[in-house]
Structures are given as structure tokens and as C-alpha cells.
Design a binder for this molecule. Structure first.
Ligand code: ATP
Length: 385
């Protein structure tokens, strides 16, 4: 196999339990986003655009739809003879089969795959973040610092800091301390779950970690703290663009709404293309009485009612006299007539019957699971929540 400088591994095998019913049937990286994308489109497009041509995608939980979507990697120009995209589910070996126990274990179980390419560096990514980023700049900085490992970092609001790996650095970006999801965060500098490691060193740490029965085999909880203890050269790489971890219902809804802001904090129309495999559908149709404001409407959608501040995916139907506000309606869901939906995420292929009302009474985001049929209860006055 041809030796390559940098190989990427995308972690896409978590349970995604915090997305509740949205990940009951599909893996989190396959969840639809932004009118025509799936979450995994972002790291895959970033790899292709950054010139990283060999990418392993580690899958495990509910992988069927994700595998079908990934196909040969053609969508992201990653179907190649040398390198390309490889789907890496857990597999049985001589000593039996094991699920991926944690993020580090998932890479450990694929050491042979990585070794095939004998890379100098390995870029580890998460399959559940929305951002566009040129990884080649991060690699340059990693080399300039003569680092052993570099972690992508971004400043987050202090009140959200305990959801992330939080670090402190010196003025040159050298990491001095790292706490995974601390109850009392000491800074607002959060790990973006993007790591570059010198492969030989990482391999050593993964092998050591694999025989440590007290470890949960996780990068943030085990590998990074161990490296810091051992005075390994760990650097941060600061990113100041748009980045969002969409691992919770609220953050997934917010990231969709961010696309509708006046001065979009995140511009999907920029030269840095995000590729996605979307079905071939006719243009969207806006009926004679429809009213649409500040919304994204995808191909194949048919709008007869009112849509405001919402993201409408391919093939969605919105009936006459229905009103969709501040909501995300995923592919092929059908909203009948005289329906009110406010601050909700409606998953794929749902049917919302005439006179239904979907809105929360406490300001939280309401979610309707894939393939659900919602009928009005109490003559359309009862709220679903
Ligand atoms: P949740 O905490 O809601 O159950 P999760 O299981 O996906 O979500 P995260 O901490 O959000 O856990 O995982 C970060 C990233 O690593 C995600 O992209 C996830 O798919 C991936 N991941 C987590 N555990 C594994 C694993 N054992 N094997 C492969 N990928 C994993």
C-alpha cells in the first residue's frame, strides 16, 4: 500500500442517545440537517476539500441507513483506487468479536487498517459536528509546533462549557491541563473533537490503553489525560469559524435555525462546498395561497400553507391553512391542512393529520419520531409534547 502523510478516521459509531427518538432507527451521523444534508456530509466534505484522500468511517450503532448513504464515497469524491473512503464496522477476529467500547478502542481495533498506509499523522474526527474547516492548516501548525498531538479548540459560552473537554493553554497554545466534561470548568476553551496525532505515538498509547481494565477507552477521558501526565507535546489549534456539536435536540434545532439568521453565521453557499447525496426530485412548488418567509425550501417540496423561519427538506408537503413556524421538517413528511407546528423537529416520513397542533408549552423543542402518524386529539386543542 502506498505510504501517505495523513489519514483521517471519522468516529460515527456512538449511540447518539441524547438525540432521543431521532436516533431510534438511524445513527446520529445519518440524521438529516439543513434542508438537504446529513450530519456526516460535513466532516467528509471537509476531508475532500482539505486534500485528505484516505478516510475510514467507524460505524457501529444502527448502521444500515448510514452505510447505504455513504455508498462508495462518490458523493464526496472519495471513491478512488488508491485510498478513498472505507466503512469500518466492528468485525470478528481470531480471538472473537468485540463492539467498539469507546472512541479510542474503535481506533485501536482498526490499527491494521491504519498500518496499511503507514501514515505519519492520523486525523481523528467526530461524525456529529457542523462546521467547515481546512484541516491542512491545522496539520501545518501541528508540524510547525513539532507537536505530538494537536487538538482543535473553540471558545464556547461559559454556561455550556461543562458539555465539552475543557483545557487551559500557555500563550503559545501548549496545552497545560485538560478536563473532560468538568462540572466546574476552569476556562471556555473547548475541544472540538478534532485531533491530529503522530501515528507511532498514538499507536503506542492505544496498545497500552487496550490492556488497562480501568480505562473506558475514550480519547477525552483516558488518552489525552495520560499523554498530559507523561508530558507529551500537546498543542491547541484555535478555530474561530462556525462550529456546532449537534449531539442534543436543542443544539440540532439551533444549528438549523442558525442557517436562517440575517447575517448567516454559517454560509453554506460559500466556495467551500458541502457535498450531499440527495434524491433527484422536481423543483419545489409554492401554491397560489402559500406564504413563505425566511426559510429554506428543498426540491420536491409542495407548500400550500404558511412557512416562517423554518427548514423544509425534500419532498415535504405543507397543506393549505397550515402554519409552520421555527421548525425543521425532515424529508417526505406530510403536513395536512389546518395544522399548526411551532418550534418542532418532525423526523422523516411523518404524517401530521388535519387540525393537529404541535407546539410545546414550556419553550422546549418538540420532536416527532420517524414514521409517526399524529392525529388531533380533543378536537385539535390538545398539544403534543
Ligand atoms: P450520546 O452521548 O448522545 O449517546 P454518542 O454515543 O454519539 O452520543 P459522543 O460523545 O457524542 O457519544 O460521541 C462523539 C463521536 O464519537 C460521535 O461522532 C460518535 O458517533 C462517536 N463515537 C462514540 N462512541 C463510539 C464508538 N464506541 N465507536 C465509534 N464511534 C463512536
Amino acid at each position: 500500500m502506498k505510504k501517505i502523510e495523513c489519514l483521517a478516521m471519522i468516529l460515527a459509531g456512538g449511540q447518539g442517545s441524547r438525540l432521543g427518538c431521532l436516533t431510534k432507527k438511524i445513527a446520529k451521523p445519518a440524521v438529516p440537517f439543513g434542508g438537504k444534508y446529513r450530519i456526516i456530509d460535513f466532516p467528509l466534505s471537509n476531508c475532500a476539500n482539505s486534500g485528505i484522500e484516505t478516510v475510514g468511517v467507524l460505524t457501529q450503532y444502527r448502521p444500515l441507513e448510514l452505510h447505504t448513504y455513504l455508498g462508495t464515497g462518490e458523493t464526496w469524491n472519495l471513491d478512488r483506487k488508491n485510498g478513498g473512503m472505507f466503512i469500518l464496522p466492528p468485525y470478528a477476529r481470531e480471538k472473537g468479536a468485540d463492539w467498539y467500547k469507546g472512541t479510542a478502542d474503535a481506533i485501536y481495533q482498526n490499527i491494521n487498517f491504519v498500518e496499511n498506509y503507514d501514515p505519519e499523522y492520523v486525523l481523528i474526527l467526530s461524525g456529529d459536528h457542523i462546521y467547515t474547516m481546512d484541516y491542512s492548516w491545522m496539520l501545518e501548525e501541528h508540524k510547525m509546533n513539532k507537536a505530538d498531538a494537536t487538538i482543535g479548540v473553540i471558545r464556547v459560552p461559559q454556561k455550556e462549557a461543562s458539555r465539552f473537554g475543557i483545557m487551559t493553554t500557555d500563550e503559545r497554545g501548549k496545552i497545560l491541563a485538560f478536563d473532560e466534561k468538568p462540572k466546574q470548568p476552569k476556562s471556555d476553551l473547548a475541544s472540538m473533537g478534532i485531533y491530529i496525532f503522530n501515528w507511532k505515538l498514538l499507536k503506542h498509547y492505544l496498545e497500552e490503553d487496550s490492556i488497562d481494565s480501568s480505562s473506558s477507552h475514550d480519547f477525552g477521558k483516558n488518552i489525552i489525560p495520560k499523554m498530559l501526565d507523561n508530558k507529551v507535546r500537546l498543542y491547541s489549534y484555535s478555530f474561530d469559524g462556525y462550529w456546532k456539536d449537534v449531539g442534543t435536540i436543542e443544539s440540532l434545532w439551533e444549528a438549523n435555525m442558525d442557517l436562517l439568521k440575517d447575517t448567516p453565521s454559517f454560509d453554506l453557499g460559500s466556495a467551500w462546498r458541502v457535498y450531499s447525496a440527495t434524491p433527484s426530485l422536481p423543483p419545489h412548488f409554492i401554491g397560489p395561497h402559500a406564504k413563505i418567509k425566511n426559510s429554506l425550501i428543498s426540491s420536491g417540496a409542495v407548500i400550500e400553507g404558511t412557512v416562517e423561519n423554518s427548514v423544509i427538506f425534500s419532498g415535504v408537503k405543507v397543506g393549505a391553512n397550515s402554519k409552520i413556524i421555527n421548525s425543521v421538517i425532515m424529508p417526505f413528511s406530510r403536513i395536512a391542512e389546518n395544522v399548526l407546528i411551532d418550534k418542532a423537529i418532525i423526523a422523516q416520513n411523518c404524517e401530521i393529520m388535519t387540525n393537529s397542533k404541535i407546539m410545546s408549552n414550556d419553550g422546549s423543542v418538540i420532536v416527532i419520531a420517524e414514521n409517526e402518524i399524529i392525529t388531533p386529539i380533543n378536537n385539535g386543542k390538545k398539544q403534543v409534547g
